[in-house]
Design a protein around this ligand. Structure first.
Ligand SMILES: [Zn+2]
Length: 246
């Protein structure tokens, strides 16, 4: 009875998974309590307690970035980022510890919850801030690309990871001052595959906006595309110049 084997196997897998969960329960990244079956990475309570940015606070990010101010680039972020807080427990696992599925999950949350301008949802392309190929090989993925894929699954905007490339493997930005960071990323990015981007509305996507020097450098680069319109969207933003490397 061949057909009996499949349900039997399914039952065995389910029992195995239940036992696995019993001995190694999936835990919330923030409070470390076991997750419900329907929860992923973060429990509902912790997720709703993450510090969200209001539309006003999100808009004020535009004032922080010289290029955004000069070109009236609409800027939005979902959460406020502060080191040593619950947000660090969200960002570190996908930025440094291989949890790219969490980046995708957070991308979906950006699309569902951010106080974005209406025209964000009708943009032509999402472009992730690229990481150097060397770093991508080491990490196995670009976290901003997975944020884009999550956003794309809700807003149905195609992702273009091929639009920009990162030329130089910059040292960690963590201990650098604002001016040093700006110098550090100057000329780092180049346009790559942009044949069909002329006249398009592009949303640049990154994980955490700190001084904004990296994303400004990307925007500067994209402005070489004729008649392009740029917006900026990040998962989180520091409310002042904070510390975070790429
Ligand atoms: Zn929790």
């Amino acid at each position: 009875m061949k057909t009996m084997k499949i349900p039997a196997l399914e039952i065995m897998i389910r029992i195995f998974n239940d036992l696995l969960t019993l001995f190694f329960p999936r835990a919330c990244l923030v409070c470390l309590m076991p997750l419900e079956e329907t929860e992923q990475n973060v429990c509902l309570e912790c997720f709703y307690n993450l510090p969200r940015l209001s539309r006003y606070a999100s808009d004020s990010l535009q004032q922080r970035l010289a290029i955004a101010k000069a070109h009236e680039i609409k800027t939005a972020a979902l959460f406020r980022y502060m080191p040593d807080t619950n947000m660090q427990n969200i960002v570190y696992p996908f930025k440094y510890h291989g949890n790219y599925k969490l980046a995708y999950q957070m991308g979906r949350q950006i699309a569902i919850s951010v106080h974005a301008h209406e025209d964000f949802k009708t943009a032509d392309y999402l472009v992730p801030v690229p990481i150097h190929p060397k770093r991508k090989r080491k990490r196995g993925y670009n976290q901003s690309e997975h944020l884009c894929l999550g956003i794309s699954s809700v807003w149905k905007i195609p992702v273009r990871p091929d639009a920009l490339k990162r030329n130089v493997h910059t040292k960690s930005q963590t201990k650098k001052l604002r001016d040093e960071r700006e110098q550090n990323v100057k000329g780092v990015f180049d346009l790559d595959n942009i044949d069909d981007l002329k006249g398009c509305h592009i949303i640049l996507v990154d994980d955490v906006l700190t001084t904004g020097s990296t994303i400004s450098s990307c925007a500067q680069c994209l402005f070489n595309i004729p008649d392009v319109k740029i917006s900026i969207l990040t998962l989180a933003a520091t409310t002042q110049s904070g510390k975070m490397n790429n």
